[in-house]
Design a protein around this ligand. Structure first.
Ligand SMILES: [Zn+2]
Ligand SMILES: [Zn+2]
Length: 451
């Protein structure tokens, strides 16, 4: 693939000075304990939290004063064990010779609370400490906060030419999730990357500068036709969220694949890439290709006049399940795929097959299967309407025939007979039957895109 530097330079040349990135994930920071720092006890004489007993000077016993040789005293002493006649166990250290060091509480270290993962500023600082100085210094803005859909979001802005550092921030965000020990959940999380127009000064929302309307129109019209391929490229692995918060449109409505704002284009379609942070360079490559339609308003996408079905599911496979989908995607790659990123690489990273021949083979098997089903469907129908009708059914059939004559309906007499019997009206046309039942075999369709 093209180097990050080249891609970023191209984005900059198209009239954009800054990038704004939003990293999101559920980190369960609320479950985390406070962060404590331990320092070994450095007080002299403290040995793993114990110090020499000051009462017995480490001996563990105290010598008794000399015993008088009186008869009464002697007989009492005779009852005691031998050593007690000369020594007494030290009451302070119970014979141990050492006691707990009061300063460190016997732990051998002192501890203080240095932070709290529940704190947003602490998390922001943690991330900033875990990226390079260059990356840190590149930032124009950085904020870590609790977000509605997930508990952790970090938004930061940096000059386009420093976009390569985004990789470091993604890695640090992932590392933070490991430091908390609570793991990371990206269900429903995305990664939004916005390009901010020249003259914004790195400030977001942009107020002092705006997009060129003519260029914007061309961008919105043309890039919208490339969304199928873009959705596939927007994944870093095989995961691909539903399109609810990234609808297949380019508009000033927030939940669009590309949200048009004052002086900014926010690409909301990208997935998180914590498992493969360098995927963000591919995303920037897609953004650069898309912006070609902004920089050059005469650049057009040839209209393909096909509908692109997007099947339900949570993986990238739903974009390449049929030969029609693959045909569209492959054509769109020519315009939107980052330069140098190979189809092989996309197949490996996104866990998909983008080969028409293979899918075609599968599809012809499906048609064969459907033809068989159609035959069964017809013969069971024939069987069902074969028998004599009851008086009531006969009456209904007469009515239906009369209605059919009046309305010029195109049901066959056999279909009317089925209706009279209260059966579901069967499809008698093989082609239509196959067309209608194909989605059930391929998977349910939730959305279609005209491209
Ligand atoms: Zn100590
Ligand atoms: Zn003692």
């Amino acid at each position: 693939m093209k180097s990050a530097e080249k891609i970023l330079k191209q984005i900059k040349n198209k009239g954009f000075s800054h990038l704004k990135v939003e990293l999101e994930a559920q980190l369960w920071r609320g479950r985390c304990e406070t962060v404590r720092e331990r320092t070994p006890c450095t007080v002299r004489g403290c040995n793993n939290g114990r110090i020499s007993c000051p009462a017995c000077r480490s001996k563990g016993y105290i010598l008794l004063p000399r015993v008088e040789n009186s008869a009464t005293m002697k007989s009492k002493l005779d009852d005691l064990p031998e050593f007690a006649t000369t020594r007494r166990i030290c009451a302070r250290c119970v014979g141990e010779g050492s006691i707990l060091h009061p300063t460190c509480g016997g732990r051998g270290y002192t501890e203080k609370v240095t932070g709290n993962y529940g704190s947003e500023n602490f998390c922001r600082d943690w991330i900033l400490e875990h990226v390079s100085e260059k990356a840190r210094k590149a930032l124009s803005f950085c904020k870590f906060y609790y977000d509605g859909s997930v508990d952790s979001e970090m938004t930061f802005t940096l000059p386009v030419e420093d976009g390569k550092y985004i990789v470091e921030f993604i890695q640090a965000f992932k590392d933070l999730s490991e430091a908390t020990g609570q793991g990371i959940d990206v269900a429903g999380a995305g990664m939004h990357i916005a390009v901010l127009v020249d003259g914004c000064g790195g400030k977001y929302p942009v107020t002092g500068a705006s997009l060129d309307n003519g260029k914007l129109n061309n961008f919105a019209n043309e890039v919208a036709k490339l969304l199928p391929a873009m959705y596939l490229l927007a994944s870093s692995g095989k995961q691909s969220r539903k399109l609810y918060y990234r609808e297949a449109q380019i508009s000033n409505q927030k939940y669009s694949a590309i949200h048009v704002l004052n002086g900014a284009l926010e690409f909301r379609l990208f997935e998180t890439c914590y498992d493969r942070p360098t995927a963000v360079i591919e995303f920037l490559g897609v953004i650069d290709k898309a912006l070609e339609f902004y920089a050059d308003p005469s650049k057009k996408v040839e209209k393909q006049d096909v509908t692109f079905p997007i099947f339900e599911g949570k993986t990238t496979r739903r974009f390449v399940r049929t030969s029609d989908q693959i045909r569209v995607i492959r054509k769109q790659f020519a315009l939107i795929k980052p330069e140098g990123l190979t189809i092989k690489e996309i197949e490996t990273t996104r866990n998909v097959k983008i080969t028409i021949a293979e899918v075609k083979k599968k599809e012809s098997l499906q048609v064969k299967e459907l033809k068989k089903l159609f035959k069964e469907h017809i013969s069971s129908f024939e069987l069902a309407v074969d028998g004599p009708l009851t008086r009531a059914e006969e009456g209904r059939l007469q009515n239906l025939r009369a209605q059919a004559r009046l309305t010029g309906g195109h049901y066959s007499d056999k279909q009317l007979k089925a209706m009279a019997m209260g059966l579901r009206v069967p499809e008698l046309d093989e082609k239509k039957y196959i067309e209608n039942n194909k989605p059930a075999i391929v998977g349910r369709i939730s959305k279609r895109l005209a491209v």
